[in-house]
Design a protein around this ligand. Structure first.
Ligand SMILES: *Cc1c(COP(=O)(O)O)cnc(C)c1O
Length: 366
């Protein structure tokens, strides 16, 4: 069986280093917000070309804390509307709700699976105060367009980078926009994953960073002095230690993903399969390689019979989930089409050339 994602194999090369790191942390006897977190925050901020990185408990908390941070700074308030793509992973929407804000769903583009920027402005009301740009499957949204809309309507832009570690937007280096903050997840299956839960926020906004360093730690910067009503959401010291070992290989791992994607895009030739669109720039890190097909179950079964494991990201759109009964009657045809037709092929740094050859061959015979 070619597994969709073999996490054990992904982490195998680090086994000795991980064990040494554990020993180091044990010997230090300092387990929360220690030197590993400090190093990670410094190095990851540099990697992202941002002034600040705040390590937090997971990707969901990263999003929630960004919104809560803006609320503390009175740049957002309870009930404000946040534009979000209708086909995102549920966490993006739950994070908006968790911060007492109101998600407003916008259809994606069928070709890129990312928010359709032509449809954003018609959803903007006097209550709209932010856009949550989700770089789904590893491909950056049209950030220049989103920043332009945000500038025009004075909106905050939060980026959900949980699937896009290392993707580069040439524009971003120029913009240096203080109204732009990023949330990352280091859940084990992400492009940069630890051995448990982990997350981070990056920003150039020193005012926001100061609030976030405090909010993640009970709203306290100085021990037992609480400035804000905060939470406990700290990046774990040991996980930060593991991430420090893995971060130097993120770019080369992403290159391997992109090489596989390039092969799939040029070598899969089957009328029944619609390949994802990509302009071959640095804006995509292929967290997932997502194809579309009319009879998905048939294709998935066929691949399984040929020992190729695939996964559906995601089978049910957020507005059709039981959790959102009040949205169940809404209609988002593009989103629904995507959720009915998508299938993710194995695409990760530990896939062997023979496995890639085989996947392409089997798909072309379908
Ligand atoms: C994984 C993910 C999250 C949440 O990250 P966790 O670390 O699991 O909380 C948020 N948004 C997107 C798009 C994700 O893929």
């Amino acid at each position: 069986m070619i597994p969709f994602l073999d996490l054990k194999k992904i982490n195998e090369p680090y086994e000795t280093a991980f064990q040494e790191k554990l020993k180091e942390v044990l010997e230090n006897g300092w387990y929360i917000l220690g030197k590993e977190v400090e190093i990670f925050e410094k190095v990851f901020a540099e990697y992202c070309q941002k002034k600040y990185c705040i390590g937090v408990g997971n990707g969901f908390d990263a999003l929630v804390l960004i919104f809560k941070g803006y609320i503390k700074l009175r740049k957002l308030k309870k009930g404000d509307e946040v534009i979000v793509p209708a086909n995102t992973y549920i966490a993006s929407i739950l994070a908006i709700l968790q911060a007492d804000l109101v998600p407003v769903l916008v259809e994606p583009r069928l070709e890129t699976y990312n928010i359709n920027t032509d449809l954003i402005e018609e959803k903007i009301t006097s209550k709209t105060k932010a856009i949550l740009a989700v770089h789904l499957y590893g491909q950056l949204c049209e950030m220049d367009k989103i920043n332009e809309i945000a500038g025009k309507h004075n909106l905050i832009v939060v980026e959900d980078c949980a699937q896009s570690h290392g993707a580069i937007n040439n524009q971003q280096l120029i913009i240096n926009n203080l109204k732009l903050t990023q949330a990352f997840s280091f859940y084990p299956g992400k492009n940069l994953g630890c051995l448990g839960d982990g997350g981070a926020i990056t920003t150039n906004d020193s005012e926001l960073a100061k609030v976030l360093f405090s909010l993640r730690n009970y709203g306290s910067e100085k021990k037992y002095h609480n400035e804000y009503i905060g939470v406990n959401s700290r990046l774990d010291e040991l996980q930060a230690g593991f991430l420090n070992l893995k971060l130097p290989n993120l770019d080369s791992d992403n290159e391997k993903r992109k090489e596989i994607a390039k092969r799939y895009l040029s070598e899969i030739k089957n009328e029944k399969i619609i390949l994802p669109s990509w302009d071959l720039s640095e804006n995509h890190v292929f967290h997932l390689f997502v194809i579309r097909t009319k009879n998905r179950e048939k294709l998935q079964n066929y691949l399984a019979q040929n020992n190729i494991q695939t996964v559906i990201h995601y089978p049910i759109p957020p507005h059709k989930q039981k959790a959102f009964l009040e949205w169940n009657n809404l209609s988002f045809p593009i989103t629904e089409k995507i959720h009915n037709e998508v299938l993710s092929l194995p695409c990760n740094p530990v896939l062997a050339k023979t496995e890639i050859d085989f996947i392409i061959e089997i798909l072309n015979q379908y």
